[in-house]
Design a binder for this molecule. Structure first.
Ligand code: GUN
Length: 298
């Protein structure tokens, strides 16, 4: 049976480490500050923003949460960002996605000062990542590298197969994994919805990163013995026997994959909790100025 990569426990460890570092920075006169913007009433987004603000408070990071109605105009959003860009108390700015359809997401992300872009979604930070320059790494991909690193799972020379090509997960994790560094240096294959004979690729993976957004897509016949599986999916499926009538599953069918895997992240409790831990890490890196001077994974 596979080793369980416990993201929940790891995130707790990271938060404890951060608490100390934040206290140190505060004693030198800098309190890290994060501004969060939530537009509209998407229930999942509300939960995420609340969890992010709570996590900030826990480690001593100052946070501002602005909640705006769904009718808010793009101009109003851009004004708020301009204000935060100029505010020296604010080191990180996070606009929770998705935004309502009448707001141009790309225009909003472009308006964030790249030095405050703790989500790492600004094209400048994506460009920095591709070129191997210091910058902000998006939180979920950063969390994946951190899991591999802290569990001493070497990626060097391995075949890493990434399922999914989103800007938030697939593209950045693929770009991280081939970088010439001790925590990457893998041979990377990216698969997506148009990939033919998906199993041919997944079966040759030493490390399989699944961010496809399809519940339990990857079953035991898609993997080989000894694979390391990172499941980024979070899907609700109906389950009349569960107290809420549903339960959370990943993009990987845990029960059939785990017996073949060397290591696997569970859902929930795997990659999910690491995302917020890395947001806090990025906010600290923004406050110290380290984000643009030191690469995160070397
Ligand atoms: N929506 C889903 N994931 C994310 C994320 O990592 N950051 C933001 N800002 N919005 C999201």
């Amino acid at each position: 049976m596979a080793e369980i990569l416990d993201g929940k426990q790891l995130a707790r460890t990271i938060r404890t480490e951060l608490k100390e570092k934040v206290a140190e920075l505060k004693s030198s006169g800098i309190t890290p500050g994060l501004a969060l913007l939530l537009v509209g009433d998407n229930p999942a987004s509300q939960v995420y923003v609340r969890s992010k603000a709570k996590a900030c408070a826990e480690v001593g990071i100052f946070s501002i949460v602005e909640k705006r109605p769904a009718e808010t105009t793009q101009e109003e959003v851009l004004e708020l960002i301009a204000r935060w860009n100029a505010d020296p108390r604010i080191h990180g700015i996070l606009v929770q996605l998705p935004l309502p359809a009448h707001i141009d997401e790309q225009a909003v992300l472009l308006a964030i000062d790249p030095r405050k872009d703790v989500d790492g979604f600004h094209p400048e930070n994506m460009g920095r990542l591709v070129e191997g320059l210091p910058g902000f790494v998006p939180c979920t991909p950063a969390g994946i590298i951190e899991i591999l690193r802290r569990y001493n799972i070497s990626t060097v020379g391995k075949h890493a197969v990434v399922l999914g090509r989103s800007n938030i997960v697939g593209k950045p994790i693929a770009n991280l994994l081939y970088q010439k560094s001790a925590y990457a240096n893998a041979t990377v294959t990216i698969c997506h919805t148009a990939t033919q004979d998906l199993a041919q690729y997944t079966r040759s993976a030493d490390i399989l990163i699944v961010a496809a957004g399809r519940p339990q897509l990857i079953t035991g016949d898609y993997v080989r013995e000894g694979v390391v599986v990172i499941d980024v999916g979070i899907n609700r499926i109906e389950d009349p026997s569960a107290p809420k009538g549903y339960r959370l599953v990943g993009d990987v069918d845990f029960d059939s994959v785990a017996p073949k895997a060397a290591a696997i992240t569970p859902v929930p409790g795997g990659v999910g909790p690491m995302t917020i831990a890395m947001l806090l890490t990025n906010t600290l890196r923004a406050a110290t100025g380290e984000a643009f001077s030191v690469r995160q994974f070397d």
